[in-house]
Design a protein around this ligand. Structure first.
Ligand code: FAD
Length: 432
């Protein structure tokens, strides 16, 4: 009988366990993606644009293997059921997700009478596969990392060379409007979506980038990290394949540790699906309501150059360096003492890699309501700026008002005898 493979956050043909298992059955396979309008309208415009490109690429890949990507629009569960009825399928394969939405979707499909088989593929190590003694998930990263590193991983699935398609199903169009919908502003310099582009990025990262990673990952101006986060977010790359690529290259261990951070937040989210709404740990934080400060932070007009540069990178690229994500998030939650949810929402509206588990897990970590074992660690934006952007190049790249201030002077415009025109004084303590 025909098996429906429901694609979600796994928009690829390489190392796709749900697809491989469907093919192993020997019968026709029907790859499906449902464009759920409720999700599209809540997502960042930048992510919808990436998604449109990734779907076009996946369709091309499947067509070149004799199948197609069937596209439907509406409620995912309703559309799966309709298609199952149309082709006489009773089995759906999909990658297991960790969000509340993913759990509900699988449950509703089962309740409607379909046999739903969930497979790994969205993380290196599936949530629940390594667990601490006497607990359901790891709450602290270092012990998780040790267990993660020592666990055995499944084998990588090869991309199929041919897919026996179920004929006679209307493929459906990719709505042109997808890339124009959603929240936030569209970034002028966004990464291109799709498995093909993602695999090219991975190859060049392994060949050219990874070796310098341990030394350069915090160098703001160097932008020397992998930039694979959006590809992992949409599953255009398999996290397992990324973790195994370039195993023998220098720099690999440090890089793979970051992938473990991603898995860590996923297993936290699987166990605590409220991560986006409630404090993971209640540490009695008090928050201020300050709409003017939040507006300045969002636009990159706080008067603290490293904060503004990060926020403007986000608007320009739909991406921000990890170090400035920490600096800007700490400035909002610790210096301005504004609730992490306000900051996380703005990130969510712009990041191409924006993801429930990683975004909220990291925001809570920085805000001190999450898994950080030192939630009250001191934080000083200016010291961070001098350390990670010693020449001021990152700041000048994104804040043109500071172009005339050479070297590290770009970090302290308020100390100039005649401060640069059009750039505001700091709205809060910039550090020392
Ligand atoms: P690299 O340094 O090359 O790392 C490789 C991969 O490891 C990344 O692509 C990413 O998948 C993963 N990774 C690295 N650091 C982390 C981390 N701390 N947590 C989880 N995964 C990590 N990452 C997201 O993918 N989505 C988000 O929505 C997101 N929101 C964040 C919000 C805040 C406040 C902070 C501090 C961090 C956030 N991160 C998020 C984590 C991290 O900043 C990005 O993954 C990273 O900057 C992406 O750049 P890269 O691919 O070049 O990373």
């Amino acid at each position: 009988a025909t098996v429906i493979v429901l694609f979600t956050q796994d928009l690829r043909v390489h190392d796709h366990p749900a697809l491989s298992a469907a093919l192993a059955g020997g019968g026709p396979v029907l790859p499906l993606f449902v464009i759920d309008d409720r999700l599209v309208d809540r997502a960042a415009r930048n992510r919808n644009a990436y998604l449109a490109e990734a779907l076009a690429d996946l369709r091309w890949s499947l067509r070149s293997r004799g199948a197609d990507l069937v596209l439907r629009r509406g409620d995912t569960v309703g559309e799966v059921l309709r298609l199952a009825g149309e082709v006489g399928a009773d089995t759906v394969h999909m990658s297991a997700g960790v969000s509340r939405f993913a759990a509900l979707r699988a449950r509703r499909l089962r309740e409607a009478g379909l046999s739903v088989r969930e497979f790994p593929g969205l993380t290196v190590v599936p949530p629940g596969e390594v667990v601490p003694q006497g607990g359901d998930h790891y709450k602290v990263f270092t012990p998780y990392w040790r267990a993660w590193e020592g666990s055995s991983w499944r084998a990588v699935e090869r991309a199929p060379s041919a897919i026996p398609a179920h004929g006679g199903v209307a493929p459906g169009e990719l709505p042109r409007s997808l890339r124009e919908r959603g929240r936030g502003e569209g970034a002028a310099h966004r990464i291109t979506g799709g498995e093909d582009a993602a695999r090219a990025r991975l190859r060049s990262w392994v060949e050219r980038g990874q070796a310098d990673y341990p030394d350069r990952r915090d160098d703001l101006a160097g932008a020397a990290t992998s930039h694979l986060s959006a590809d992992l977010r949409f599953g255009c790359l398999s996290p397992l394949e990324v973790a195994l690529a370039g195993r023998d290259h220098p720099g690999h261990g440090e890089f793979v540790r970051q992938l473990a951070w991603r898995d860590f937040h996923h297993q936290v989210t699987a166990a605590f699906p409220d991560i986006g709404r409630r404090d993971y740990r209640d540490r009695g934080r008090r928050w201020r309501h300050d709409p003017d400060a939040v507006a300045a932070w969002r636009r990159g007009r706080t008067g603290v150059p490293v904060v503004d540069a990060g926020m403007r990178q986000l608007l320009r690229e739909g991406f921000m360096h990890n170090r400035t994500r920490m600096i800007t998030a700490a400035f909002l939650t610790r210096t301005l003492r504004v609730h992490w949810r306000e900051g996380a929402a703005h990130f969510e509206d712009h990041l191409v890699d924006g993801d429930v588990a990683d975004n909220h897990g990291n925001w809570q970590w920085v805000a001190g309501t999450g898994n950080d074992t030192r939630p009250n660690r001191a934080f000083n934006p200016l010291r961070q700026a001098r350390r990670f952007d010693p020449g001021g190049d990152y700041v000048r790249r994104y804040v043109p008002e500071l172009a005339g201030l050479p070297g590290a002077r770009a970090h302290t415009p308020w100390r100039e005898e005649s401060p640069p025109a059009g750039y505001p004084p700091p709205i809060a303590d910039p550090g020392h």
